[in-house]
Design a protein around this ligand. Sequence first.
Ligand SMILES: *[C@@H]1O[C@H](CO)[C@@H](O)[C@H](O)[C@H]1NC(C)=O
Ligand SMILES: *[C@@H]1O[C@H](CO)[C@@H](O)[C@H](O)[C@H]1NC(C)=O
Ligand SMILES: *[C@@H]1O[C@H](CO)[C@@H](O)[C@H](O)[C@H]1NC(C)=O
Ligand SMILES: *[C@@H]1O[C@H](CO)[C@@H](O)[C@H](O)[C@H]1NC(C)=O
Length: 293
Amino acid sequence: MAKDGNKSSWKEFIWNPRTREFCGRTASSWGLIFLFYLAFYIFLAGLFCVTIYVMLLTLDDNIPTCQDRLATPGMMIRPTGKDLEIIYTKEDTESWDSHVQALNSFLSAYNDSVQEQNNLDCTPDQYFIQEDSDSVKNNPKRSCRFKRSVLEECSGLVDRYYGYFDGKPCVIIKLNRVIGMLPGKDGPVPSVSCGPKKYKINVDEWGDDSDKMGEVAYFPPNGTFNLMYFPYYGKKAQVNYSQPLVAVKFLNITMNTEVNVECKIIARNILANNDRDKFAGRVSFKLRINSRK
Ligand SMILES: *[C@@H]1O[C@H](CO)[C@@H](O)[C@H](O)[C@H]1NC(C)=O
Ligand SMILES: *[C@@H]1O[C@H](CO)[C@@H](O)[C@H](O)[C@H]1NC(C)=O
Ligand SMILES: *[C@@H]1O[C@H](CO)[C@@H](O)[C@H](O)[C@H]1NC(C)=O
Ligand SMILES: *[C@@H]1O[C@H](CO)[C@@H](O)[C@H](O)[C@H]1NC(C)=O
């Protein structure tokens, strides 16, 4: 009996013919609930769209809104070798040919003819400022010429093997692009300086290869980055931008041994000794030039 009563009260809960209620509510009650949720979700969707729209309005097409992590630009070398290790045998053309090819293709964008066609002959030693006037964008922005001939002996023009042939290799250093960066502001002109990298021999003993690195030559002279290549306004605004380069030529490096080199940017407003990021404002690499003689 009790069982039957239970069953019928369940049935009545689902559909009660007396009160015409479905699951305890009348049709108009259900309708109202449905309408309420419909309005509620439309409102939520609208709110979402408005929020996204307002956020997009605040974004600039040309400048990333958050780039604080890039306050210190990274540095890279060309050729990169394998894991930043440039190893070859002087007399073995095949062992350095890939490095020469890498430099050829990297530098082809810097061909004098290409640069003359794309970029401006700017006034050196001053920033090339092209600000927007209020809301009117001054786009596209022009860029300054960086001709590979500036790299002289490391340009691949005078010596098409970049010194790899006679054991005096060139390594090209590039500073990664950071929008709006003005390196060397209120200080000396930014430049690259390479030296032996300190490394740990054991617990509290450090060593370096200063006796093996030998003299280096920088191109352009003193390894400077001319101020006219800054600031950079971003890929969209400054389409033909060519990063300035510095080439380092190792003139008297010791053969048949590993030499650990570190190149840093010297600029008052760029810190190159961040312990956490080993590519911030500096780059280290290994050179080993073998010679059968
Ligand atoms: C750049 O110059 C080199 C050497 O003069 C030449 O071999 C190469 O084809 C040129 N590349 C471009 C893209 O003009
Ligand atoms: C970029 O280079 C192209 C090809 O030479 C040129 O037509 C164009 O005017 C240049 N644009 C800017 C903004 O320098
Ligand atoms: C290189 O630096 C030296 C010493 O700081 C300076 O006398 C010389 O004029 C610089 N050369 C160039 C081309 O900037
Ligand atoms: C090259 O370096 C060696 C030591 O590694 C040194 O004895 C020699 O004088 C250097 N040569 C030149 C031209 O600097």
